[in-house]
Design a protein around this ligand. Structure first.
Ligand SMILES: Cc1cc2nc3c(=O)[nH]c(=O)nc-3n(C[C@H](O)[C@H](O)[C@H](O)COP(=O)(O)OP(=O)(O)OC[C@H]3O[C@@H](n4cnc5c(N)ncnc54)[C@H](O)[C@@H]3O)c2cc1C
Length: 398
């Protein structure tokens, strides 16, 4: 087996390494005091609408960075070639993110495009997909409901056909930044269906009659999920994403592809946290002696996470079924990050609980990551299911 990056992947990684060193790391100290909105990768949705001069100043810095990245060809990394992107492999995206994670500024090489939007057809492409690629529009993802979260197949929002339209009724919990998004990717079910059957994804513009954002919820993770209400909301059939009744596969595709990024991000954040710990302990040899063993243990686990994440991404590039690997990475990455941040807070003591301190920020993100996109318990369910599938197959062979 060859574990090295291909020459193309290695050259992209090196260019990004240089970009991070030259343009991002020098700005880190400035971003330590940035408003909360710049926590996490989804700052753009809300920050771009703000008239607060301080937020606008940081948006200006980010826009300058984006121009520099674009000039170096570091833009639209994962956008398909047919849309003018580089369409790099999953492995290359990991290598890019791994370099990016060596700094703490929430910079991305491209605008946020929900991967299922590449299923857009006909005029949906100009109306929804292209504006997201160009950064002119943002979207929210509406799957979770008050009574269906960890198990989204229990979703109750209905989409009833009516001539050339569907009439949508129901409510959604937590779509991140839906209040500032231009449209929502909404999952609803056809009448008389249950479980995974009949789930359909709609693209619904903000402001469509019958669609209301009822509140936005400030969370400790810096993002602002919302609550949405649909009351006899009429949506044309032309706004179905993919096929009618086949939305479950889209939901799975959205989750699957993101999991390996979760792994490498948790790996990067953990390493930054351990570096803070090492710096603190470097000042006191007696204190350091108490903790070196645990730091060694965590370093080993981080290397295991990194290997697992790259293996999953490589399998995804070979078009293999990666449902188990994706669940493994999500579970292992978010649980390990949480353990490491918790340990770092023990070492650092109460002074580091200051809200803006890098460790306090990491703690807030780490806790939320164990819940969003499927909590740990659900990942364990997915992993054990694979074992039982294999068990049954082995029994059949006997
Ligand atoms: C900051 C944030 C952003 C979010 N953004 C979005 C978004 O953009 N779009 C979206 O659709 N959703 C979003 N969510 C929702 C998120 O995906 C759900 O919170 C998550 O899937 C869990 O669903 P729930 O909160 O309804 O928990 P529940 O389903 O009520 O579960 C609660 C807890 O019970 C346990 N549990 C549940 N089922 C089982 C089981 N079978 N076995 C054992 N234990 C179990 C788990 O610990 C789980 O955390 C966001 C949530 C947060 C906190």
């Amino acid at each position: 087996m060859d574990f090295r990056l291909s020459s193309e992947e290695e050259s992209l990684r090196k260019t990004i390494e240089g970009f991070v060193r030259e343009h991002l790391i020098p700005l880190e100290a400035e971003f330590d005091n940035a408003p909360d909105i710049f926590e996490g990768s989804r700052w753009k949705s809300r920050a771009k609408l703000s008239r607060d001069p301080e937020i606008m100043r940081y948006v200006g810095i980010m826009e300058e960075l984006e121009k520099k990245a674009e000039a170096q060809g570091l833009w639209y990394l994962d956008v398909p070639k047919e849309y003018g992107g580089l369409q790099v492999s999953n492995v290359a995206m990991l290598a890019a993110t791994e370099e990016l994670e060596k700094n703490s500024i929430p910079f991305e090489f491209g605008n946020h495009v929900s991967n299922i939007l590449y299923s857009c057809k006909g005029d949906q492409i100009d109306r929804f997909l292209w504006p997201c690629i160009r950064g002119e529009k943002t979207s929210a993802f509406g799957l979770t409901e008050p009574a269906s979260g960890a198990d989204p197949s229990m979703l109750q929002t209905t989409a009833v056909p009516d001539g050339d339209d569907f009439i949508i009724n129901g409510s959604k919990m937590f779509p991140t930044f839906a209040d500032v998004a231009d449209f929502v990717q909404l999952f609803a079910r056809l009448p008389g269906t249950k479980g995974r059957e009949g789930v359909t994804c709609f693209l619904i513009d903000t402001g469509t009659p019958g669609y209301r954002v009822t509140r936005s919820i400030e969370t400790l993770a810096g993002t602002e999920p919302c609550e949405l209400l649909f009351e006899d909301c009429r949506v044309p059939k032309t706004q179905v994403l993919g096929e009618i009744g086949k939305g479950w596969a889209l939901n799975q595709a959205w989750l699957g592809a993101r999991r390996f990024q979760v792994g490498i991000r948790a790996h990067g954040m953990s390493q930054r946290v351990l570096r803070v710990v090492a710096e603190l302990l470097g000042r006191d040899a007696v204190e350091a002696a108490k903790f070196v063993e645990r730091i060694g243990y965590f370093s080993g686990e981080l290397e295991a996470l990194r290997t697992l994440t790259y293996l999953g991404a490589w399998k995804a590039d070979q078009k293999m079924d990666v449902r188990s690997e994706a669940a493994n990475v999500k579970l292992f990455a978010t649980e390990l990050l949480h353990k490491i941040v918790d340990f770092a807070l023990d070492v650092a003591g109460p002074a580091m609980l200051r809200k803006n301190h890098v460790l306090a920020r990491a703690f807030r993100h780490a806790r939320a990551r164990r819940i969003v996109e499927g909590p740990s318990e659900i990942q364990r369910h997915i992993i054990q299911r694979a074992l039982f599938r294999e068990g049954a197959a082995l029994l059949e062979l006997q």
